[in-house]
Design a protein around this ligand. Structure first.
Ligand code: HEM
Length: 360
């Protein structure tokens, strides 16, 4: 029988061999202990949800047909016929929600603890880019199922693209007669946007490693520096175990939700009517569109994006403690309450028509 020491030697030998060739030992760089708390693991959970989305998305792509004539029927095929199709599709749907929720909480945490301050401005800005790429993924994903909600989302896409004239041409239905807008959005959803997310994510991660995790924000700059010096550090590989633990919670929760509330699919969409509302993550835009028209759909996200990019250059004091950044925390809280209010209001209002295609 193999002794414990021999098996440890073999394992060390194997990892030593792998480390010599791949440098995997480099992953054991020190990470401060506070990074293992849930608040500081949210970005890692977002990343784990993204990996889950890619895996379930690859399975769905084996059955999905991205042509306007066949798209809806192929989604029906996935739910009714493909092996475990309904479960995987529902997992994809619920993982997207987990991704959005943890992403927003991660943004709120980095905002509240002022992690965007020097020298982490570019980490924050790469995060803002990820935020908007995510919105693109959510939007293009909504269109793919080709039910009524999807057709109306596509009509919004086309009319907003037309508002931008030459600048919106790439996104407009007139860009080419050779391929439908649905097929081009499919290419964006499964190829262009995930590649961009992966590339920007790599920059985000490299910057986090370069600047290390920001210290806990409590107290003066001198107190923070002293605490940072004294804080116990653990290898990054241990931090990965904490992320893994939470990733299992996400898998469990999304599996449960998939069983209880499978992803829905309406009947095949009809052009020329507007009777649905967007999915919950875009619902906050719905009342804005009711009040201010189609323009609100690019003006408000535009202002939000510019504000987020400008933040590290506006809030520049070395102060990180949220209790001493009352104005900024109040502004953040107002934005969050407005988002919540608009979402609930959007859920409660009766659907109306906004686009010309929808008769509005
Ligand atoms: C696909 C989306 C994103 C992923 C997967 C991601 C991932 C991560 C991870 C794994 C960390 C390490 C610490 C943690 O987990 O809290 C982190 C840190 C950070 N992220 Fe993100 N992130 C994303 C989007 C964002 C967004 C939208 C923002 C803000 C606009 C942002 C800003 C930051 C900042 C400033 C840090 C440094 C935190 C510190 O040092 O305390 N990230 N991100």
């Amino acid at each position: 029988m193999e002794s414990a020491s021999t098996s440890a030697q073999t394992r060390n030998g194997f990892w030593g061999w792998l480390d010599d060739r791949l440098g995997v030992g480099g992953l054991r760089y020190p990470v401060p202990e506070h990074a293992n708390s849930l608040a500081y693991t949210l970005g890692g959970i977002t990343l784990a949800s993204f990996v889950g989305l890619v895996l379930t998305g690859i399975y769905l792509a084996q059955f999905y047909d991205p042509t306007p004539e066949a798209a809806h029927a192929s989604v029906t095929y996935i739910t009714d016929t493909a092996f475990a199709g309904e479960l995987i599709r529902s997992l994809h749907y619920w993982l997207a929600s987990a991704f959005v929720i943890t992403l927003v909480l991660h943004l709120v945490r980095t905002f509240a603890t002022a992690s965007f301050k020097a020298p982490r401005e570019m980490t924050w800005i790469s995060g803002v880019v990820l935020f908007f790429l995510t919105a693109g993924l959510l939007f293009s994903g909504t269109v793919l199922k080709a039910d009524q909600e999807a057709i109306e989302a596509l009509e919004h896409n086309n009319e907003i693209a037309d508002l931008f004239g030459f600048l919106g041409f790439w996104f407009s239905a007139d860009f080419t007669d050779n391929l439908s807008a649905l097929t081009r959005l499919y290419v964006a959803h499964v190829s262009i946007l995930p590649i961009l997310v992966a590339a920007v994510l790599a920059i985000h991660m490299l910057l986090i490693k370069r600047h290390r995790m920001a210290p806990l924000p409590w107290g003066s700059a001198a107190e923070m520096a002293a605490r940072e010096q004294a804080e116990h550090a653990e290898p990054f590989t241990s931090h990965l175990k904490h992320i893994g633990k939470w990733a299992l919670v996400v898998v469990g929760a999304t599996l449960l939700l998939s069983g209880l509330v499978p992803a829905g699919l309406g009947p095949a969409g009809v052009e020329g009517i507007e009777i649905t509302k967007p999915p919950w993550y875009f619902l906050w835009l719905y009342p804005l569109e009711n009040w201010f028209g189609l323009d609100a759909l690019w003006i408000v996200p535009g202002i939000l994006g510019l504000g987020l990019v400008a933040l590290p250059f506006l809030d520049r004091s070395p102060e990180r403690d949220p209790r001493r950044r009352r104005i900024w925390i109040a502004l953040g809280a107002i934005a969050l309450v407005a988002w919540l209010f608009l979402t609930i209001y959007g859920a409660a209002t009766v659907p109306v028509s906004h686009t010309e295609a929808g008769g509005g």
